[in-house]
Design a protein around this ligand. Structure first.
Ligand code: DP6
Length: 302
């Protein structure tokens, strides 16, 4: 059977309230909800062709092998099942318009674009909730990249994960003045990938239960700060949440430290800039590169 072909695009997202830890690894279900902003100028474009006989996965012009390839094909397998057809092989080609080394979670945009393109190629109708659920299986954070603007991934309570997906709270038109700046202090691959790091934290950090409770409570506060377009409230919240994620990771055994001396140098410089009246804040994923939050008027100063 000759397959169908479809192309889709998705943007990376940066969590302002982070996802850190799974309650179910197989279904990629988080312990807590998370909240993110989508980075519109950056995108990943993915083309999927189904029913090609043999499978081939190309990421940024290079053939993906091993786990990377398996994760892509496993997601397409799910889509084929939903469509009630055999996968019959697939060709996937995916490329981003930004450097992977910038630490901007290209996997979130990649799996989101893959879920969209895969569903379209399989002839499944548009359904943002279902596409988000599906992207979650590729990478948890990918479920927040199906739509733009500001999105919440609600943890859900069902053991089958049907209520664990992301929805959009505000479109990008809500706050056009907000700016995020990637601050690359190290382009080196991180030592411990998020997936392993969060699992070790769940299993060994005595601070983990406190993280879960606090992060869950911050999500509605983050939404409220965005609703009011209050960069200081949102920025302070994002910093607090990033510190707490890193604190719980530092509490793992062995400790997980994603920070580098340069990371702290940036954090201290931001505090100095704020003391001089410049509203600039940071967030930090599982790596050394902060992402800065400010508004359009302050971009050149930052
Ligand atoms: C620190 O979504 O990459 O960026 O679900 O295991 O693939 P898996 O993890 P992933 O983890 C992202 C962790 C984070 C925070 C966030 O984006 O919410």
């Amino acid at each position: 059977m000759r397959g169908q072909k479809a192309t889709a695009r998705a943007h990376p997202n940066i969590a302002l309230v982070k996802y850190w830890g799974k309650r179910d690894a197989a279904l990629v279900l988080p312990h807590q909800s998370s909240f993110s902003v989508t980075l519109k100028p950056l995108h990943v474009t993915t083309t999927v062709e189904l029913g090609t006989g043999t499978s081939q996965v190309e990421l940024n012009g290079r053939e993906a092998l091993g786990q990377q390839r398996e994760r892509v094909l496993a997601l397409l397998e799910r889509i084929a099942q939903e469509a009630g057809r055999p996968l019959g092989g697939a060709h996937v080609a995916s490329a981003g318009n930004f450097p992977v080394a910038a630490g901007l979670a290209s996997s979130a945009a990649g799996f989101a674009a893959l879920a969209k393109a895969g569903r379209a190629a399989a002839g499944l109708g548009e359904d943002v909730a279902q596409t988000s659920r599906l992207a979650r299986f590729g990478s948890g954070s990918a479920c927040r990249s199906i739509q733009g603007g500001f999105c919440t991934w609600r943890r859900g309570v069902r053991p089958d994960g049907e209520d664990s997906f992301a929805t959009q709270d505000f479109s990008e038109a809500h706050w056009p003045e907000l700016r995020l700046l990637a601050c690359v202090v190290s382009a080196a691959e991180k030592d411990v990938p998020s997936r392993e790091g969060m699992q070790a934290t769940v299993e060994t950090s005595p601070y983990y239960p406190a993280w879960v409770e606090e992060a869950e409570a911050e999500v509605p506060r983050a939404r409220e700060a965005v609703r009011r377009r209050d960069v200081t409230a949102l920025g302070m919240l994002a910093e607090r949440n990033a510190w707490r994620m890193h604190a719980t990771a530092l509490g793992a055994d062995p400790p997980l430290c994603y920070l580098r001396p340069e990371t702290l140098a940036v954090v201290l410089a931001l505090q100095a800039a704020r003391a001089e009246g410049c509203p600039v804040f940071f967030t930090l994923d599982a790596g050394p590169n902060p992402v800065l939050l400010t508004t359009v008027d302050h971009v050149s100063a930052v």
